[in-house]
Each structure stands twice: as structure tokens, then as C-alpha cells.
Design a protein around this ligand. Sequence first.
Ligand code: DLL
Length: 443
Amino acid sequence: MRKSPNQPHRTFHPVSAPDFLPPDQLRELQLQRLTFIVRRAYEHVGLFRKRMDERNLTPDDVQSLEDITQLPFAVKTDLRDTYPFGLFASPMKDIVRVHASTGTTGKPIVVAYTKEDIEVWTNVMTRSFAACGLHSGDIIQNAYGYGLFTGGLGAHYGGEALGATVIPISGGNTERQLTVMKDFGATAICCTPSYFLHIIERAPAMGIKIKELPLRVGVFGAEPWTETMRRRIEAESGIKAYDIYGLSEIVGPGVAMECQCQAGPHIFEDWFYPEIIDSVTGKPCADGQEGELVLTTLGKAAMPMIRYRTRDITALTSEPCACGRTLRRIKRIARRSDDMMIIRGVNVYPSQIETALLKIEGTLPHYQIILTREMGLDEIEVQVEVTRELFGDTVGALEELQHKLSASVETSLGLRAKVRLVQPQSIQRSEGKAKRVIDQRKM
Ligand code: DLL
């Protein structure tokens, strides 16, 4: 079977209609849903009511979309502090599903869905797949993890509702992923971008040429990745790579998704109300200005989230998109405010390092950042894999590459970093979210 280009499907999927609502109709719908959800949260979630009461606010104070800025923020620790079910607004008999996310430290957070909430989630995931050109007849290999993580089941329901064939393979077992991809003729894959890179890298040893398979679309998200990474993935696999964004606290995957223009994810604003704030002052940022994304669920009965601070840094744009969708777009989320490393007083994000490394030919998109402290001074070492050919090259060639990479990292960070070239396959691969930073500094 041969790969066909990812062209727009001839028939427009009716589920995508809300993507094209005239802005005034969209705002009207948002306001209707916002007033409903604020009242629901006030009446059923103790923490939210307490915070509103402290500000002398009642649900009647929300008369316009702009009024949302008076409402208190919600943060991740609210979910931890009320673990497991303290933020549920529905009785258990109405909750048909829970998911959880463990994060790196502390207690997990738990999120809940009613039957209607699952329908909303399915709706946005179906629209996500339709936006990137998938349709019935497509075969979606869903390699996001099934289980407490939202990725697997979220994509699963969306794919089925689209009318596509879903292969619920879940994450891991890379050889089986490749066998199934080839034997079942998968036309799309869903997984983290870093895991897809791992799949690409294992293919040659199995005699599989991904470029020659029917696979044409990748729906990649759940972790930050860069434009440079997208170009590498597309060049090596011959597919189109699309960015999907979401988080458990809001729904899971399907909060925002790129269309075929690949110009940044469109937020499904009819279900999620976005704001951008200055993460220090909490004040709203103008269109186009970078800040922290704050989201309000407009249709989540089991666990409404009002003004949830995602910690994800992006900017909103209402510039029209060539696809005709009226939904605003976010800039690719390359960093989180809490991913920021402070190294010798300089703020550094892993994505800056990724861009600096991948700009240089000969590097592979596998890297890790190791932070140590020696005699009170922060040291940063960046380990990056290089191609087998280069690794076997002369010492001179390797030194030259190392020098180029150090210079590229230094220009980007304004900070000198030690760059260590390592053999292909030596950095640990992940089947889900990649672990980019190892911080060995004693705090
Ligand atoms: O990662 C949901 C998801 C599953 C999204 C599958 C996309 C695909 P959590 O485990 O709660 O949920 O992690 C959410 O992951 O706040 C971001 O920091 C990060 N993230 C998710 N998608 C992207 C993306 C799922 N496309 C956290 N780009 C979010 C950058 C992303 N970061």
C-alpha cells in the first residue's frame, strides 16, 4: 500500500459545524453556558462557593463574558487538597468515569465525567480528528496509554464517533506497534511525539519503511514539542504531524487541535473558555501577548473548572486561519511556567535547548538535560544523541559538532552549557511523556 497525501476530505463532517460559528453566535453560546456552569459550581462545589462568598460574589454577578475576570482562579493544589472527590459537583450515581493523573510528586489528582461530559469530550475529539483530515475509512492506531491517563480513552471515543476504525493498542511494545501499523495498514497514529520518534527509529531493524506505509497523519501531544521537532518527524516518516493539546483537569485531549494549516491549535471555544494572564500579576494579557493559559469548562457537569490556571505558557490569536474556522488559536505550547529551570539566575526552558540542538545537522531528536551543583554553582550538561555515521567519525569531526552545538545552546540561553555527544539509543526512551530534565542539584 502506498502513502496518499493528507488532503482535505471531500465531505465536511457535520460534527465540525461549531468550528465555523460566526463570532457573535459563539459568544452568545459561551455566555449561556458560562452562566449555567458558574451557578452549578457555586451550588455544588464547596470550595468554589467559599471563594465566591469571600469576594461577595454570587452567580448573578456573571452577566457578560467579561465578568469572568472577577471570579477566583482554581489551581492544581485545589485538586490535591480535595483529593479524591472533593471537587465533584455530581453525585456518584451520575458519574460514569474517573481518570487520574499522578504527576511527578505527591498525591494524584482525580477527574470525573457524567455521561453528558463524555459526550462533550467525544464531540471535541471527533472534531479534532476531522480538523486534521481524518474521516471514516481511516484506521487510527491509538498508542496513547489506556487507563487512568486520559489520552487513550479520549482518542478512542473520538475516533469511533468519527466513524474511523480504532486500533486500541495503547502505549508501549514498540515492535508490536510497528507490526500492527504495517499489517493493519494504519493511516493515522496517536501518541506522544517523543514516542513516535522512538517508533520511527525502531522501524529499520524490522525491515519496515514508514515512508512506504499508508500512515499519513500523526496526532501528537501530551508533552511540549517544537516546530523543529515537527519538521524532523515529517521528514523522517513522510506523514503530517499535528499538535493536539489538552489536560486532565479540563477534559483530557481535545481542548485544542490543529487544522490542516498547521498554524497552531484551535481551541474548542464553545466548550472551553480561554484567557491568557500574566502569571505573576494575574492580570489579563492582550491578544497575541504571551502568558499563562487559564481555562473554564463551559460544559463539564461532574467537575466544573472555573478559571483553572494551567501553567502552560502560550498566546491567543484571533487572526483568521485559512481553514475558515472561527475558533481562536493558541501558539504551540512549548513550555510550562513550572518547567522553568533557573540556572545561575537565568530562566531556561527545555524547549529552548531542543530548538538550539535540532537546528544543527547530525543531531538526533533525543536529548536530556542534567543539572548539578558544584561548589554552589549550577552546572548544566546537555546530552544529545548523534547519528551513527557521525559517532563513528573522526575525533575532529565530533569536536567540531560539539563546538557548534555548544555555541548554538549558548546563543539561545545566554549561558554556557556543557554538551556531550552520546551514541544513538543511549538516552532512555519513554512510551508516554518524555523526561527531559534530571535535576540533581541539592536544594
Ligand atoms: O496530557 C492530555 C492529553 C493526552 C493531551 C493526549 C494531548 C494528547 P495531562 O496528563 O493532564 O493530560 O497533562 C497535561 O500536558 O498541561 C501540558 O503541560 C502538557 N501538554 C498536553 N498537550 C500538549 C501539547 C494530557 N500539545 C499537560 N503541547 C498540559 C505541549 C502539552 N504540552
